[in-house]
Design a protein around this ligand. Structure first.
Ligand SMILES: C[S@@+](CC[C@H](N)C(=O)[O-])C[C@H]1O[C@@H](n2cnc3c(N)ncnc32)[C@H](O)[C@@H]1O
Length: 234
């Protein structure tokens, strides 16, 4: 996608969603963002791992829609090192977007501008996730979404570093990767982790997750056997 701004103000929600889907990326957690943005008291949203902006675009558009429809305020902060991006580049669309814009960080910004999502973002921090946490006060984040490095060591370090900053939910992608799952369950305890399907997990650091909406999101088979869809038997 080039830098031309789409007239998203005149689009409906389906068209705005399609614009986000058209960006290069691997995002599969839209249902988690819908759930988190449906919580009225949540105002502070942080995304760790934004890559070329597909996931940020979805969160930004949901938050803008929430503001338009229900006048709910929000802050969206984005953190990405954009240093290891070549490790995530698997598809030609991402490769060409990075080349076109002179780097992944620039491509993220161009995609945000092109989808009229940039105005929803309060801050963009280019840093390692464990370093960026110092900018956030304890108990200041309602919703943290983790989609960065998938190793056990990195995931555990990030969850430990960010835990005190979160007063609401910690959610993330790639739960079915052994390192991510082990780290999430070790830091929070397996019983507190909700699996939402499509490799998405959530933990309520205070209070409780809404069990009925979550139950609808993952099938009974998936809830009994998280990640079964990645092994193609549910
Ligand atoms: C899988 S991609 C994120 C995809 C994005 N959420 C989406 O769905 O469009 C992972 C991103 O995390 C970033 N990253 C990896 N390790 C990181 C770390 N330790 N701290 C900050 N960012 C990191 C990479 O630069 C990359 O852009």
């Amino acid at each position: 996608m080039g830098a031309r701004a789409f007239q998203t103000g005149t689009m409906n929600a389906t068209e705005r969603r399609a614009r986000c889907d058209a960006l290069p990326g691997y995002f599969k957690g839209r249902h988690v963002y819908e759930l988190a943005t449906s919580v009225r008291r949540f105002t502070s949203f942080v995304e760790l791992g934004a890559f070329l902006g597909q996931s940020t675009c979805h969160l930004a558009q949901l938050l803008l829609e929430r503001k338009r429809a229900r006048n709910l305020a929000f802050e969206l902060d984005v953190v990405d090192a954009w240093a290891t991006s070549t490790r995530w580049v698997r598809d030609p669309a991402s490769v060409s977007a990075i080349a076109l814009h002179g780097g992944a960080r620039n491509a993220w910004a161009a995609h945000m501008a092109a989808t009229s999502s940039l105005g929803a973002v309060r801050s963009v921090t280019r840093a390692w996730a464990t370093d960026a946490v110092g900018r956030f006060a304890n108990q200041s984040v309602d919703f943290l979404y983790l989609d960065t490095e998938h190793t056990y060591e990195y995931t555990r370090a990030q969850l430990r570093a960010w835990g005190p900053a979160v007063r609401g939910w910690v959610c993330g992608d790639d739960y079915c990767r052994p390192g991510v799952r082990r780290a999430v369950e070790e830091v929070f305890g397996a019983k507190r982790v909700e699996y939402l399907g499509y490799e998405q997990f959530c933990v309520a650091t205070t209070g409780r997750l809404p069990s009925r909406p979550l139950a609808r999101l993952a099938s009974p088979r998936q809830r009994a056997d998280p990640c079964c869809e990645t092994r193609r038997h549910c």
